[in-house]
Design a protein around this ligand. Structure first.
Ligand code: URA
Length: 245
């Protein structure tokens, strides 16, 4: 019995971000269920395996091959392709969107539609190449009609992101847009209150920029978005903002 209790607490520690109770908006704890225990029996263990099947892996490639068949939430059975993430495994910065859209679902890669093209252009404008960075989403499967991620989908999928970040170990994390920022920071604060300052996610400096789809809808935001990227570039390249997170 004692072993089972110890295993259960170890299991909970894999999901510590969900345990920062003071950071969660009122009521949201009820909506984000803990992932289910993996009740498969591990070979030779003689008992229940309390660890989820998505941690830990030796490399991103191994991880992707093991998790791309995921059916942990109903989105799995509706997808065309699992959108794991793409880019450099040595990226200093990981960009995190909310969930794949229609094009991404067909291609199996994040940010390949019009929003992705704009993101590529904006990175080029500040002298960065997309291929030097890593891009992924919180959800790996497309929600129907591109609706916002639901709490149960987040709780099932966010541990994949945690494992990707453990493997990548970047210097900086960047949320692409309001939904990604609000979900990861467990806040309902509007984007205008969140952007322009350095936050913390999983002990990394966390910057927030406009979602390129929002820029396609409202071109007036373009110059602020460009400034936000320039500020990010300055901080990443100077090492500024890395202390105190
Ligand atoms: N929007 C996102 O948040 N992610 C994608 O991959 C594409 C569009």
């Amino acid at each position: 019995m004692r072993d089972k209790i110890r295993d259960y607490f170890e299991y909970l520690s894999l999901f510590e971000s969900e345990l920062y109770l003071d950071k969660l908006p009122e009521g949201s704890l009820d909506k984000i269920p803990q992932p289910e225990l993996d009740t498969s029996v591990s070979p030779g263990s003689g008992g229940l395996n309390p660890y989820p099947s998505h941690a830990p892996y030796d490399s991103l490639e191994v991880m992707e091959s093991q998790v791309k068949g995921c059916l942990r939430c109903p989105l799995g059975s509706q997808r065309n392709k699992f959108v794991f993430g793409t880019g450099s495994s040595r990226a200093r910065v990981v960009f995190i969107g909310e969930a794949p859209g229609a094009r991404e679902d067909l291609k199996g890669e994040p940010f390949v539609g019009r929003a992705g093209e704009l993101l590529n252009q904006m990175l080029q404008q500040i002298g960065w190449q997309r291929s030097d960075f890593y891009i992924c989403n919180i959800l790996k499967c497309r929600p129907p009609n591109n609706r916002d991620p639901q709490p149960d989908e987040i709780s099932q999928c966010e541990p994949f992101l945690h494992e990707q970040l453990r493997l990548l170990d970047p210097l900086w994390l960047v949320a692409l847009g309001r939904v990604s920022a609000q979900v990861l920071l467990r806040t309902k604060a509007p984007l205008r209150a969140l952007r322009g300052r350095v936050h913390n996610y999983r002990d990394k400096p966390f910057w927030i920029i406009y979602h390129p789809a929002a820029l396609l809808r409202n071109q007036n935001l373009m110059s602020e978005a460009h400034q936000d990227l320039l500020t990010l570039k300055r901080m990443v390249e100077s090492g500024e903002g890395l202390s105190g997170v």
